[in-house]
Design a protein around this ligand. Structure first.
Ligand code: ADP
Ligand code: MG
Length: 393
């Protein structure tokens, strides 16, 4: 089993688990850290692998920022550049306006927490939590104990301080790992997929816990995940990455409602939005989009933007909640393939003319035996993308 823990290591493969922190410095001013990632580029293999490029991100004081994107998109590399575990080829990292790009990891006062390094099994929980303080600081014994006990209290693991990690549940071990970071009183926490080894229920629980702790400490936090749902739950600000580049930065609502391109639209939300290829046509009833599922009339707003683009191929994007299903006349007809109960709502998987679509309805709205429906679109909620994926409107 893997656990979250933290490290001061400057060598990614080291098994040392210590803490990066200037823990001797007083840090009464939690929440006061502003991190800027300025034009960062990092390549590997003599420039052949571009892990991340053109990365500009501002993490405000006390903000919870989530980096999300598919595996290999450059999240970990970006985080490691912030931690000082990688040296960027170009660009700078600033903390409260000071350029720290040249500073060693251990001098950055940032706690890096990640999956897959175990707690020390032979040490008590207390010693595990205190480890970074023992290794990196000359704080008094009283001060160390005070911090350990305070953190254990916050994390609700105080009764377990004298047990060995093996006597703890997975979630409690996870909290011990967080505790090791917290006792260092870092300027910011950097967490790289810390919950990916936990089962779904525990992961949900830990998300709420970590968000509560972050609110309580009011310390800036950067959290990396490939899971869009986790990103939506945790982030004050979400940074969506793909292929080494930042695609969009915004609040969860911005990202969900107003994606800057087809990638972001498709990546965020479940079930995924419907993305339907079509052609812009100008007919007797006005502008419309002729797609495989049927002809969809343009709204006045879309007409204003698209009237110069007649004949172009576009992608018509619309979230499942904006499809309404009925037996009466609709924009087009579709076969019902699968009805997937999600709790209060049902996801209805449809096919229209060979194209797969999904709709979200309230529970039981479409009876289980239904095999054909009429589909109506809330067209004013649709997005239009160029074939390349760039958002038009
Ligand atoms: N040390 C390394 N050497 C060579 N390539 C690397 C190294 N670290 C990361 N990469 C490559 O850089 C890209 C981004 O990786 P990473 O930052 O780990 O992505 P993510 O965390 O989003 O999954 C990937 O193509 C990965 O294979
Ligand atoms: Mg990673």
């Amino acid at each position: 089993m893997t656990h979250t823990t933290m490290t001061r290591t400057t060598d990614a493969t080291s098994n040392e688990s210590t803490v990066a922190s200037n823990a001797n410095q007083p840090s009464e001013t939690s929440g006061g850290t502003h991190i800027q990632i300025d034009e960062v580029r990092k390549t590997f293999n003599e420039g052949q692998i571009v892990a991340c490029d053109d990365v500009n991100i501002d993490i405000d004081e006390g903000e919870f920022v989530v980096f999300v994107g598919p595996s290999g998109c450059g999240k970990t590399t970006t985080l490691r550049c912030i931690a000082g575990l990688e040296e960027p080829d170009e660009g700078r990292i600033l903390v409260d306006g000071t350029d720290i790009t040249g500073l060693k990891s251990k001098d950055r006062n940032l706690a890096f927490v990640f999956q897959s390094i175990a707690l020390f099994p032979h040490m008590s929980v207390r010693k595990n939590i205190r480890f970074g303080l023992d290794m990196n600081t000359d704080l008094s014994k009283d001060e160390k104990n005070r911090r350990v006990e305070e953190v254990a209290e916050t994390l609700d693991i105080a009764p377990m301080l004298d047990r060995k990690p093996s006597a703890l549940s997975g979630g409690q071990q996870q909290r011990v790992s967080l505790g090791r970071a917290m006792v260092m009183e870092p300027a910011a926490f950097l967490l790289d997929e810390p919950f990916s080894a936990l089962d779904a229920n525990l992961r949900d629980h830990m998300r709420v816990e970590v968000k509560k702790i972050q609110r309580e400490l009011n310390t800036s936090m950067i959290f990396v995940t490939h899971d869009q749902e986790e990103a939506m739950t945790l982030g004050d600000k979400i940074v969506v990455m793909d292929d080494g580049h930042v695609q969009q930065i915004g609040s969860p609502y911005d990202i969900y409602n107003d994606p800057t391109n087809r990638f972001v639209a498709d990546f965020i939300g479940s079930p995924s939005p419907n993305l339907i290829e079509g052609t812009v046509e100008n007919g007797s009833t006005g502008l419309s989009f002729v797609t495989d599922v049927g002809t969809i009339p343009a709204t006045d707003e879309q007409t204003a933007v698209m009237k110069e683009r007649v004949g172009e191929t576009i992608i018509y994007g619309i979230r499942p909640e904006y499809l309404s299903l009925d037996s009466g006349p609709g924009t087009f007809a579709a076969d019902v393939d699968v009805i997937e109960p999600l709790g209060d709502r049902d996801a209805i998987h449809l096919s229209a003319n060979g194209t797969s679509l999904s709709a979200l309805t309230s529970q039981g709205e479409i009876p289980r035996h239904t095999d054909r429906v009429q589909v109506e679109l809330e067209t004013e909620e649709a997005w239009l993308f160029e074939k390349s994926g760039a958002r038009i409107t």
